[in-house]
Every structure is written in structure tokens, then in C-alpha cells.
Design a protein around this ligand. Structure first.
Ligand code: BGC
Ligand code: BGC
Length: 597
């Protein structure tokens, strides 16, 4: 026993020898503990030790009080230390959604959401962003990032459109692979961050109205009588050839990059929930594509498989799921899986395979050698170097859609009026998955707004009036319209046309300036056809994040516009989803790849 113990702790042994020595010693309870990932609000450090829990996560907005990098580091450390006190001392892995920077944590740098990075077409930039994100994660002890999303969104009514780099598979693959290389290659004193490539598979192709309600789930987000959760978590109705060429392809590339974790999608394929789909989880991903890592479920997703929880557990584990993400009652999961193994409904081999995969990733990561974060890394969080990188990303993400009579770039001596709440609002610039799951409004974290940037660069008067009630006339009017922030199915919207208040803000401001520049903060193209004529210049700024001030650098011509649309920009709602646009002869307002410079 003592000799065995040495083997798995010895970094000079091969990984497979180390895993074998562990598997030999582990009890069923210890194995099932490794397969369990619990949300931090549902467990204490003492329980992590008692149940030999393999992973703890923060859901969106799963922050400690106060929310700052130091207390994050302290929170993660207390869970990690508890795991080290277990009989075998298998290190815990802490996971979080650092989907555009380590975005739950106040004081971190929040980068543009993926839709903006898609417009940059710049894999090198994306790789550097992933490295910066990895450094900020590692500083707080987070070794596992639930990113990148390799969704290929086909319907911009989907509330997760902005989490996808593009509607185009090749671009998604190229940028996601770069992101994976960045997380895996960061090398902070030898440490790196485990990517979770998600959501497997076809999450971007669900049909509007196909999402299901699960009456037995009290915590379900499905809300009667609303548009929410009407496409998110829905059904992807496609034949296998298209599923493979359009939606599986980014996983094939990610596996070539050596990814060791993939998150399963809430969605279904032709009516079958992905979490129970043995063919896609095991036969295709593990056997055919040779994926050596582990599969994690999405948030309470296995509970959707059946009203009977025992069936949920048996079906998902037998389908090939290796670790289960449990927001609430993890004790029930542990008891149920234990019972299923004792009943012979889940085999010991399946458990060993799952644990093997989890331990393989933990050993590869170097967690056994360095399970805890280094406190000196905290100075990297929110650093000026990372903020400069975010500014670079913002500049490259801007897509110039219209520019009559060379309205842009602006001249620093022109007088300027600015309207629109988003012009001076960090929360609206960040969007969802920012401090809170759904994001927020106002000064949610440190950062600089577009207004800050304009004030820094302009040499003459700049008047800001959020509602557009100006008393003076100016050379240039800038209007920023935005979507309110949202995440996941909460952002499903049937109709993407502008609200009356947004249109009237444009018309009002138009009357107080010679030339009008429209800036759009949004997680997807919006239907703006009616106001295009009223604007001299139009810029899509997506969800720029905490360094929105960099937009001003481009407006004033210190840098040029270079972004290209990574989604088609529809003229009207009959051109949504993409299949509708493609089925029609009428062109979109702006085509995929469009962008003036
Ligand atoms: C989302 C995932 C996310 C997970 C953890 C789920 O609801 O679908 O994208 O990684 O929650 O927060
Ligand atoms: C999200 C989590 C979030 C939670 C809040 C889930 O659906 O995926 O990330 O923390 O809802 O209730």
C-alpha cells in the first residue's frame, strides 16, 4: 500500500502507472466522489473532504463575498486544501465560466464576447486573450475554464449567439483552436488551464419553439408565456452528415489540439437528449475520434432525461458521461450512482473508465505537483498588460457597416454630442456572463467606457446626454443603442427589431448634429433597416467588455477599422434563421464577411 501510494505521487512515474496505482487503491465511494462536481454554494469544504469530491464549480455569478480576486483565491483554496486532506489526497479541480476573461470576478479584465472576436478574424489575438484569461484564472486557483464555446449559431434569436465566434464552422474551428492553445499553453510556472469545449454537439442549431418543459424540475428556467428558453436547450433537427460537417468539425480540431474536457449540451438531436446519447458521446467522440479526456454534463442537465432520477443517472453514465455537474443535491447523486453500481445497472468498468479519464486530466495538468495557486500571481489580475490586450481586441472587433462622405474617422476638433445609456455603462458593454450570470447595468466592475475614451481624445467640447435631449447643435452626434444584457435562454428573443425608444433616440439626436454616427452594442445583429438612412456612419461594436474606451481610438482614426462580420446581418426577421436567408434570393442587409475599412 505504502509503495503504491508513492507511485501516484511520483512525477517521474508514467501517467498510466500513476493512474493504475490510484485506481487499485480507490474505493467505490472515492471513485464516485471524483465523478461529482458540486456548485460552491451547495457544499462546504468539510463535505468536500468527507465525500472525496473531485470538482467544485462556480456557476455564473457564483461569487464569494466580497467579490474580489483575493477572496476568490481564498474560497478556491479552502476547497482545494480540503481535498488534499482526504485519504489519498487527490487534488480537486475548480471550474468556472471564464468565457470572456475571468468574468465573474470583480477587477478582472473582461474581453469582448466571442462574437466580437469572430469579427477580428485573428487567431493570434484570440490565443493571447486565452493566455491572459488563463493567468487571471490560475491566480485565483481556477484550473478549469468552461470555454471555448464552439457553437455554430444558425439562428440569432438564440440568447447564446454571442458565445459563438461565428455562424461559419471554419471560423469557429480556427478561433476555438487558438483559444484552446492559449489556455493550454500559458505556462504560468508550468501550470495551465483545462479548456472545456462546449456544448457537445449541435447546440447552435436548435429550432425555435423546440425547447421542452420538464414539469418535474422545480428549478427549471422555462417560463410560461414568455419568449425565454424557446430555442435554447432545444432540438437540433439535422441529418448526421450536416451535424458532422457543420457542428462536429470544431470538436475534431479541438481533439487534435489535445483537449481533455468536453461539456455535453442541454440540447437534443432529432428528439434525443444529448446527455443520454451513447452513440454521439461514446461511439463517435471517444471511440471514433479518440477523445481521451472526460465528459462533463451541463448544469443539472441529467435531471432532464427522465422524471425518475435513477434512470437519469444510469442513462447518462452509461451513455459515456464521466463527471456530473450538480448545482444542488450532490448527496442524492452519490447515493443514486452507488446504488446503480451495486445493482449492476452501471458497470465497475464504466466507473473505472470515467475515473481514469478524470485522473488523466488532473495528472496532465500537474495538479498533483502544484494543487494550490501561488499568491504572487494575484498581481496579474486586471493588469495593465491585460487591459491593453483587451483594447487591442476591441479595436479589431469593430465592424464599420456604413460610412457616407467619410464621416469616420472623426476629427478631434469637431464638436460632439453623445446619446445612449450604453455609451457610459460598463455593464451594458460587457453583456451577460459578467460579474453576474445575466450581467448587469452600470459600474459592475472596473473599466473604461466609450465616453471615457472620447473625452480623453477629443480636444473640444463633448456633451453627453443619455436620453438625447440636447440644447446645442454639434458637428457630430454619436448614438449608442444596446441590448439589455442576458445569458442563455433568458436572451432568446423572437423579434430582433428595434424598440421605439431606440429609434426615437436616433431621430432626436439626428436633429442636433450635422452628421450622425450609430454605434450598436449587441450580442447579435439587430434589425436596424428602418434607421440606416438616418445615420451617416454605423459601427457594430458587439459586447466590447471593460475596455470599451478603445472604440474611441478607432473612431478618431488612431487605428483603422478592420473587423469583418462573422454573422450575416439580416434585413428583416423573414431572413432569420440563416436557413431562411439562404433559401431566399433577397440579400441580407450586409453579408457575412462584410466590413468597410
Ligand atoms: C451553461 C454552461 C455553463 C454552466 C456552468 C450552464 O447553464 O449552459 O455553458 O458552463 O452552466 O455555469
Ligand atoms: C447557469 C448557471 C447560473 C445559474 C443561476 C444556471 O442555469 O448555468 O451558470 O449560475 O443558472 O441560477
Amino acid at each position: 500500500m505504502a509503495a503504491n501510494k508513492k507511485i501516484y505521487q511520483d512525477a517521474l512515474q508514467t501517467i498510466s502507472a500513476r493512474i493504475d496505482s490510484l485506481l487499485e487503491q480507490m474505493t467505490l465511494a472515492e471513485k464516485i466522489g471524483q465523478m461529482t462536481q458540486v456548485e460552491k454554494n451547495s457544499i462546504t469544504s468539510a463535505e468536500v473532504k468527507d465525500y472525496t469530491i473531485g470538482s467544485v464549480l462556480s456557476g455564473g455569478g457564483g461569487n464569494p463575498e466580497p467579490n474580489n480576486p483575493q477572496s476568490w483565491a481564498g474560497m478556491v483554496r479552502s476547497f482545494a486544501e480540503a481535498a488534499l486532506k482526504t485519504r489519498l489526497g487527490i487534488p480537486l479541480i475548480y471550474g468556472a465560466d471564464a468565457v470572456h476573461g475571468h468574468n465573474n470576478v470583480k477587477g478582472t479584465v473582461i474581453f469582448p464576447h466571442n462574437i466580437g472576436l469572430g469579427a477580428t478574424r485573428n487567431p493570434d489575438l484570440v490565443e493571447r486573450i486565452a493566455q491572459a484569461t488563463a493567468r487571471e484564472c490560475l491566480a485565483t486557483g481556477v484550473h478549469w475554464n468552461f470555454a471555448p464555446a464552439v457553437s455554430v449559431p444558425q439562428d440569432i434569436r438564440w440568447g447564446r449567439t454571442y458565445e459563438g465566434y461565428s455562424e461559419n464552422t471554419e471560423l469557429v474551428s480556427e478561433l476555438a483552436s487558438a483559444y484552446v492553445r492559449g489556455l493550454q499553453g500559458v505556462d504560468l510556472d508550468g501550470m495551465w488551464v483545462l479548456p472545456s469545449v462546449k456544448h457537445y454537439v449541435g447546440d447552435g442549431a436548435t429550432a425555435w419553439g423546440s425547447s421542452q418543459r420538464h414539469p418535474w424540475l422545480a428549478d427549471s428556467n422555462w417560463q410560461a408565456g414568455t419568449e425565454k428558453y424557446r430555442i435554447d436547450q432545444g432540438d437540433t433537427q439535422l441529418d448526421e452528415d450536416i451535424l458532422r460537417s457543420r457542428h462536429l468539425a470544431p470538436y475534431v480540431d479541438a481533439i487534435h489540439e489535445g483537449v481533455l474536457n468536453i461539456m455535453v449540451s442541454f440540447s437534443s438531436w432529432n428528439g434525443d437528449k444529448m446527455h443520454g446519447n451513447k452513440y454521439l458521446l461514446t461511439d463517435v467522440l471517444k471511440d471514433e475520434l479518440g477523445f481521451e479526456g472526460f465528459l462533463v454534463s451541463d448544469w443539472q442537465a441529467i435531471d432532464q432525461l427522465d422524471e425518475d432520477f435513477y434512470s437519469c443517472v444510469v442513462k447518462s453514465i452509461n451513455a459515456g458521461l464521466d463527471m456530473v455537474m450538480i448545482p444542488f443535491d450532490y448527496k442524492r447523486f452519490i447515493a443514486t450512482l452507488t446504488q446503480a453500481v451495486n445493482n449492476g445497472d452501471v458497470s465497475q468498468e464504466r466507473i473505472d473508465d470515467a475515473v481514469h479519464r478524470i485522473l488523466y486530466a488532473k495528472l496532465k495538468l500537474g495538479l498533483f505537483e502544484k494543487p494550490l495557486a501561488d499568491e504572487s500571481w494575484l498581481e496579474l489580475v486586471g493588469s495593465e498588460t491585460h487591459r491593453e490586450l483587451a483594447r487591442e481586441a476591441v479595436r479589431q472587433s469593430l465592424v464599420l457597416l456604413k460610412n457616407d462622405d467619410e464621416t469616420l474617422p472623426l476629427n478631434k476638433t469637431q464638436s460632439i454630442i453623445i446619446a445612449g445609456t450604453a455609451a457610459d455603462d460598463i455593464g451594458l458593454a460587457c453583456g451577460g456572463w459578467s460579474i453576474d450570470w445575466q450581467g448587469g447595468k452600470g459600474a459592475i466592475t472596473e473599466g473604461d467606457t466609450l465616453l471615457d475614451g472620447i473625452k480623453t481624445l477629443a480636444t473640444v467640447s463633448v456633451e453627453y446626454e443619455s436620453q438625447g435631449d440636447f440644447s446645442t447643435k454639434a458637428d457630430i452626434g454619436i448614438v449608442v443603442i444596446s441590448e439589455d444584457s442576458y445569458a442563455e435562454g433568458m436572451g432568446d428573443r423572437k423579434n430582433l427589431t428595434l424598440e421605439d425608444s431606440q429609434k426615437s433616440l436616433v431621430q432626436k439626436t439626428r436633429q442636433s448634429c450635422d452628421k450622425l454616427v450609430l454605434l450598436i452594442y449587441s450580442g447579435r445583429p439587430l434589425i436596424i433597416t428602418e434607421i440606416v438612412e438616418s445615420c451617416d456612419a454605423i459601427v457594430a461594436a458587439w459586447l466590447p467588455g471593460t475596455q470599451a474606451n478603445a472604440i474611441a481610438d478607432v473612431l478618431f482614426g488612431e487605428f483603422s477599422f478592420s473587423g469583418k462580420l462573422s454573422y450575416s446581418w439580416p434585413r428583416n426577421m423573414t431572413q432569420v434563421p440563416l436557413s431562411q436567408l439562404n433559401a431566399n434570393d433577397e440579400k441580407p442587409l450586409w453579408e457575412y464577411g462584410y466590413g468597410l475599412s
